[in-house]
Write a protein that binds this ligand. Sequence first.
Ligand code: NI
Length: 255
Amino acid sequence: MLFDSHAHLNDERFDEDRDELIKSLKEKGVDLVLNVGADIESSIESIELSKKYDFIYASVGVHPHEVSSMNYESIETLKKLAQNEKVVAIGEIGLDYYYDNSPRELQKEWFIKQIELANELKLPIIIHDRDAHQDTFNIIKKYKSPDIGCVIHCFSGSVELAREYIKMNCYISIPGTVTFKNNRKTVEVAKEIPLEYLLIETDSPYMAPTPHRGKRNDPSFVQFVADKIAIEKGISYEKVCEVTKENAKKLFNIK
Ligand code: NI
């Protein structure tokens, strides 16, 4: 009944029990997972996971942290990887001015190139934006073709920014941080933005929600995100699960 729209099950923190964990997800209520690539290697690993498990889908892309490793062949490599039938999006791509692991000009350049690739392939994009709200928004507005979908993953902006994205038909993805005490901003977004524009995610193994904060996150914990949204909106948990799953299936064109 739940669709975790953003996980990294290829992460080494799952090396010890990956298969066991994945096999347990269905009985914990998770019936779809999108495993997201963050560089070429993890994009390939995502595809491998998606081939092994029917309910796991993959995205391919290079995270802003990793763009320094890109060269003229990288876009061709991503393009080839994207031909796989379980690849449903390009991402995660974007800007990260919090860590600044790559020079900002390089981040912007590869962000734009990967949006252009998504436009060409007609695949939706998964956006990473940390402390780079204005530049991220401007680039999406300028370069994203209107006929491809988009989700702002781990949304950390204001309700106003979320509304601007909705005008461009972008989805807003709510992560586990919505359960943290003192995170009024994300709670407001979850409350104010219509359910029809929300996705839910874990970003496993990072950012485990309360009551597992500080521990390894996994896709089954997406239930705590759904639960918090249901409480804030005053609607049923089942409704949140059902609508966010339909939203993600629509965005990623999953039948
Ligand atoms: Ni991620």
